[in-house]
Design a protein around this ligand. Sequence first.
Ligand code: SF4
Length: 467
Amino acid sequence: MDNDKPREECGVFGVYAPEQDTARLTYFGLYALQHRGQESAGIAVSDGRNIKVHKAMGLVAEVFADDALISGLRGKMAVGHVRYSTTGSSLLANAQPLVVHFQHGMMALAHNGNLTNAARLRDELCQRGVVFHSTTDSEIILNLIAGYKRDGLEDAVIKTMMDIRGAYALLVMGDGKIIGARDPYGIRPLCVGVLEGRYCFASESCALDVIGAEFVRDLRPGEVATISADGLSFRQGPVGGETAHCSFEYIYLARPDSTMDEINVWESRFRMGRQLAREYPLEADLVIPVPDSGTPAALGYAQVTGRHFAEGLMKNRYVGRTFIQPTQEMRENSVRIKLNGNERILRGKSVVMVDDSLVRGTTSLKLIQLVRHCGAREVHMLIGSPPVRHSCYYGIDTAERERLIANQMDVDGIRRFIGADSLYYLSEAGLRAALRNRDYCTACFSGRYPDPPPGEQSKNDLENIYK
Ligand code: SF4
């Protein structure tokens, strides 16, 4: 079922705090960012010269199951990474942080995002004799920084930002400092926090909360921040035409308790539900969410329409990523292993079911069948975002365009496919209103890419180039 949602492709965390156990702080920061990547995790620590790293495939708690692994990582600063890999690139070699030892010392990199000119840059680097050890675009960034490094680390990062295109939040550790950088459009998130006078970076503010750090501010588009023994400093790098924060972070990807670029994620989802109610009010008996990400929007919808809110679907929060597969006879019911319907609540009712997004439609189909099986008289499906018709090139795995149901059929066709009595998607204007009409990327809905990908290469094209 989780395959029916877009996937965030990484989370990053970094801290400079010589008085503290930086690896342990990073572990807890990554723990809070686990939703941004579950395939691999890693932490690199530095004493100012040398870098030690531990990384492996698995969840943060699995990779660092032995406390000695954390205790063995001693350093005055650390960077960490969680990764979700796209198809075909699930390799330990791709786990981060990436660490290099080169003529100017050691350097570690943690990267969230996706470069749209990766293929060309990789070709150019290969022609110059650079050898790649992974299939990630992050290694391209690392090599470019290494090539400029004689100019000093900040300048090397800014020069690299001039070469690369696409979306990124970077943490670069070397020369006794950690440098954070955000892409020129501010597509991927990155913020700074302060803990007892020392500074840290995180993809989302929830990771600052868990270590007791205070939020300082988000990096601006194209901005570079440095944390070191000298404290915190900022420099402006290249800026895109206009700001384009990823709207999907608010719709589904980010944790609801995070605040990014001054918008709280839970509150924005609640406003998406209120906006849905203004656009498509229904006289139903019950409003139920698809848990958990549909819950704030369902609450917002119920508040505006005055309809009863109920948890008609209950999620089993203890289902891990792997469980024994059900037998063929049980497979029909396999959705109920993760989500079960509450028949006492649903029987005889007309139900508005609210979800945050609809990508392939396969989950919605099963859930509507389940709600009907529990005796619901009518099921109306409301989606807190517009139809996803275009692929993302900026670090979110939204699936290939041909697998996006809204790219294959119109809204009524989707309604019939999922078996709903009615189906309504939030308008793009409604989404923008819920996001306070700031500047957001909505390319997966509208096809208007803030930084058009060269040659419209699909993610699979890029994967194939790397293989
Ligand atoms: S295309 Fe969609 S998922 Fe990708 S950055 Fe833009 S809004 Fe986010």
